[in-house]
Design a protein around this ligand. Sequence first.
Ligand code: BMP
Length: 224
Amino acid sequence: MLVVALDPPFGPSGEYSVYDIVEETCEVAYGYKVGLPLVLEQGLKVVSEIKSTCKGRVIVDFKLADIGDILVNVAEKISRYRADAVIAHGFIGLRDSIDKLVEAASRYKLDVILVASMSHRGSEEFIDKHFEELVNLSLDLGVHGVVVPANKPGLIRRARQIAGNNLRIYSPGIGVQGAEVGSALCAGADYEIIGRYITRSPKPGEKAREVFEKQVESVRKCQS
Ligand code: BMP
């Protein structure tokens, strides 16, 4: 249920390493999301090192948006570091782009997650206008999942309606960006992606456990 977004710095003033965060949260995290801020600091080897620290899944989030041949090149490099999944934009379209990524990812045993909406306001300008098409594209391709933000519970519900149980829904936007812990799960998401609320806390391990307990409690309440 909990995916920890590992964007540096870690701790209130950068006093922790990424591995401190992973060790302290491993027990309650389903997985970790690694993006450009961490990889630009530490290189892609951080992915395999996280995998050696905790058995959770590692999702590489470069929000890929490129021509197919370049996407394939990136997928191959990511897979060398034992990543489990990769996030790409859906708006780049299928032909000569996502189609090639999906084919390569299956060869490299990488799950593909497509962005169907985002948590910032600008998402409404372009991306959200194609939300249902992006969910349908993801469904038709049989990819692993979609990103739909927690501050748009109506879109989460709609994605679940369209996709049933055939797509995993990942929801960021909780804590620092304003949505309540557990709210996306109640709307139908499978995983809440939470970063700074946990990683900038003075006690990230305790915060992650508190988040996990709140998620369990919210799901129990909203399902009853
Ligand atoms: P935080 O919980 O610290 O706000 O982090 C959210 C994480 O989710 C960041 O890594 C960000 O890149 C990502 N994210 C987001 O916030 N909104 C989106 O729409 C898509 C994202 O991947």
